[in-house]
Write a protein that binds this ligand. Structure first.
Ligand code: AMP
Ligand code: MG
Length: 347
């Protein structure tokens, strides 16, 4: 299949009437799948009410069928169609963080959405994204859109249209290219079906920000302890992995450089993931600065592009610095640990 590329300027007014957006919306209404920019990462969208469209999403990504999709809407009113009840805490979270990188799990009404989209669960994950192109597309097609990240399953999520094409060219109807995304890591997923809501996946909105609005929330124990079974089916899978094995290094810069030299003596091409502050302190075949450590948001924004860049340069092994586990650092460390398959070297 030919994958169309629709280039869209996200700063233009009335994007829902933009011919590129209207064309992409037409494909969605025909139950085809198209990739779209959001403020977190690029999503692969399809009509959430159509088994046919949802099957195409799973097929293009090679995604395990027990991993449910996030449903994207343009307007809170759309919730009533497929959500059973909106708890008061969820209402407050929506008022504060929508549009934005927060996905909320609700009890679902049966018989509206494709069962494949929700993996047959009694709940549904919903988000209202904060990106003009995503919102325009959702308005133009007037459908709830199921959209997981637009990468091949297991690869780092795409943060620009080039990443989407690297993985899915020829497998999807098109990609709306609205430029690079901003946040860089996926949405936070919070289960609001419990009286004390539970964070299932750390992401663009931090635990601290959420607690400032609704008080105490819990973390899914699986986020802290590898042995627990995650409540979010997708969290059990290895994810975000670059081609070469990645090791997180819990130690000094000198220690990390020693690890590099040991591997170089074995004849390996070594990559290092660091930040602007520390870049010049290392010596290796490929030293990449992933944002600035003093502004963790910039690390989140650059993370997946950096992981993908190691593939381009064909390194044999990658060592990465670690980041503080607070604020958006929580999401960064969660993704890095998965990308590393939890391989951590302590000094
Ligand atoms: P992705 O779309 O690739 O960013 O992944 C979506 C994440 O949301 C995965 O970790 C899913 O398992 C999770 N998710 C989607 N729907 C539900 C649900 N009803 N209950 C719990 N987790 C969900
Ligand atoms: Mg994903």
């Amino acid at each position: 299949m030919d994958t169309k590329v629709w280039i869209v300027d996200k700063y233009v007014d009335k994007l829902e009437n933009n011919p590129q957006v209207v064309d992409a919306a037409h494909f969605l209404r025909e139950n085809e799948v198209v990739a779209l920019p959001t403020e977190t990462v690029y999503g692969l969208g399809g009509n959430a009410e159509s088994d046919e469209a949802v099957a195409k999403i799973f097929m293009a990504k090679g995604r395990p069928s027990d991993n449910p999709l996030i449903i994207h809407i343009a307007d809170k009113q759309q919730l009533t169609r497929f959500v059973k009840e909106v708890p008061e805490k969820a209402e407050r979270l929506m008022d504060k963080f929508w549009p934005g990188p927060l996905t909320i799990i609700f009890k679902k009404k049966h018989g509206i959405l494709s069962e494949k989209a929700t993996a047959g669960l009694d709940t549904v994950a919903v988000r209202l994204p904060d990106h003009p192109v995503a919102l325009a597309l959702l308005q133009a097609c007037q459908l709830p859109i199921a959209a997981p990240s637009a990468n091949s399953s297991g690869k780092p999520s795409p943060t620009n249209a080039g990443h989407v094409l690297d993985d899915l060219n020829g497998k999807i109807s098109g990609v709306l290219d609205g430029g690079p995304t901003g946040v860089g890591v996926e949405s936070t997923v919070i289960d609001c079906t419990e009286s004390i809501p539970v964070i299932l996946r750390p992401g663009g909105v931090t635990k601290e920000q959420i607690e400032a609005v609704i008080g105490e929330v819990q973390l899914d124990p699986a986020l802290l302890d590898e042995a627990s079974k995650p409540k979010s089916p997708g969290m059990k899978y290895k994810h975000y992995a670059p081609d070469a094995p990645l090791y997180l290094v819990n130690g000094s810069k000198v220690f990390l450089q020693e690890l590099v030299e040991e591997k170089q003596r074995d004849g390996l091409r070594v990559g290092i993931l660091t930040t602007k502050e520390n870049r010049s302190e290392y010596n290796a075949a490929l030293v990449l600065a992933c944002g600035k450590r003093s502004e963790l948001e910039t690390v989140a924004t650059a993370l997946y592009d950096t992981l993908r860049a190691f593939n381009q340069e064909k390194v044999d092994i990658i060592f990465s610095e670690m980041f503080p586990n607070t604020g958006v650092g929580h999401a960064i460390m969660n993704r890095l640990q998965k990308a590393a398959g939890n391989r951590i070297i302590n000094e």
